[in-house]
Design a binder for this molecule. Structure first.
Ligand code: ASP
Ligand code: MG
Length: 418
């Protein structure tokens, strides 16, 4: 059994779906295909959620029309237009949407449709091309709790259901949705943005797969983002540990949560170019091989929050667990920590949960923060590299360990501390 994951960019148009078919057709072994929503569909569904949430009905209908037209055009090109002939209008759907009191809950009920569309279309297309396959309903197989937008997976229950479903079937190819799951009671949930890699890794773990392949629009794992840097190098092989560090620092190539499920069973995870299936790409596996080039990882849209105990008590000794309890409850994602005797600073992703967290922190601490920041992590740094990267930049904070440097950098239109 192998697991293949295709991201949104790989299935953004009919040619992409056809390329998936071509890659899948070459496989002889049983295969689970995990697919993301097509192109930027998840972003579009987020706009619908916001429009409907703010009672901008017309905007929601317009946006949904666009999503349907986009999928319809791909379906038409693949000769499957009939998938969309159900007579229901966007207006019917938006008007009929039940809006729960909780935003995150509403979000998950709507946004999951992106993966449902893409997996249905892919499964139908494979069938049409004589690749027999079964569509899996991950909302009934990947069981989670009710932490909407970042649902925690119930490993045991999910494993049991997924094994039963797959090993109980004669089919050799299965098409599953990434990113989405469901609760025992039937609520739809999602695992967090870009969570399809995580689904693929979980499937591999549950099924004791021989490998996972993430098909991407890059040649493999590179030492820097090719959109930012011209002369990138491919890293052919890296350890699970190194991969976790890269993913956590913000490397876009793979979701941080997707390493543990494969590491636990020592399943190799390949990252391969979608447009060149014969290329070797990169592999994350059990290896002693060290990455021998410096790796640059940007994590954008950061906020640096500094807290000081109001009574000048020693913050590390007395307040650390209190602060991190607040951070965790408000679902902030910490990318870096630095402390002095009476202050602690954390860099976090700037999300919609931040204002409430700051408000609560302000009850107990003197809080200042800066927005408009990026965190640059350099693994395998040298004094020369560090100097070069600092030059001409407005740096708020530098942290260095033996081989890693982390720079908190003000974006060009940075804001003042508040
Ligand atoms: N479609 C989801 C997203 O765009 C999940 C994924 O692509 O992995 O975040
Ligand atoms: Mg995606």
């Amino acid at each position: 059994m192998k697991v293949f994951k295709f991201g949104g960019a790989s299935v953004k148009d009919a040619a992409g779906v056809e390329n998936v078919r071509r890659i899948v057709a070459q496989e002889t072994e049983p295969l689970v295909i995990v697919v993301s929503a097509m192109g930027k569909t998840t972003n579009a569904f987020e706009r619908i959620v916001n429009a409907r949430w703010e009672n901008r009905h017309d905007d929601a209908v317009l946006e949904y029309d666009k999503i349907r037209a986009y999928h319809r055009a791909i379906a038409d090109e693949l000769g499957q237009g009939e998938l969309f002939d159900n007579g229901i209008t966007s207006q019917d759907i938006i008007d009929g949407a039940v809006v729960p009191a909780d935003y995150d809950e509403f979000y998950d009920q709507v946004v999951c449709m992106g993966e449902l569309f893409s997996s249905r279309m892919l499964s139908a297309y494979l069938t049409k091309c004589d690749i027999e396959n079964e569509w899996l309903c991950m909302q009934q197989l990947l069981i989670t709790d009710k932490t909407f937008r970042e649902a925690k997976v119930d490993y045991e229950e999910s494993c049991k259901r997924i094994r039963k479903r797959i090993f109980g079937s004669k089919a050799k190819v299965f098409v599953a949705q990434g990113f989405i799951g469901g609760t025992i009671e039937g609520y739809h949930t999602t695992l967090g943005r870009e969570g399809s890699d995580y689904t693929a890794a979980l499937m591999a773990n549950f099924l004791d797969a021989e490998s996972v392949t993430i098909w991407k629009d890059v040649p493999g794992i590179l030492n820097a983002d090719p959109r930012i840097v011209d002369d990138t190098v491919l890293i052919p092989e890296l350890s699970y540990r190194e991969a976790v560090e890269l993913a956590y620092s913000g490397a876009q190539v793979i979701h941080p949560k997707s390493i543990r499920p494969v590491e636990n069973k020592k399943i190799p995870l390949y990252v391969k170019p979608f447009n060149d299936p014969a290329a070797s790409g990169s592999v994350i596996c059990e290896t002693d091989r060290k990455v021998d080039v410096p790796v640059y990882i940007w994590r954008k849209n950061q906020l640096l929050i500094t807290m000081r105990a109001k009574d000048f008590s020693f913050i590390l000794e007395e307040s650390l667990s209190h602060i991190f309890d607040i951070i965790k409850r408000h679902r902030l994602k910490v990318s870096m920590i630095q402390s002095s005797a009476v202050t602690i600073s954390v860099c976090v992703d700037n999300t919609r949960y931040v204002p409430d967290a700051i408000e609560e922190l302000r009850d107990a601490y003197a809080v200042t923060y800066n927005e408009g920041l990026s965190l640059l992590t350099i693994r395998g740094t040298t004094p020369e590299i560090l100097k070069r990267e600092q030059e001409g930049r407005s740096i708020m904070l530098t942290q260095t360990t033996r081989r890693t440097a982390r720079l908190v950098i003000k974006d060009e239109n940075e804001q003042m501390a508040k």
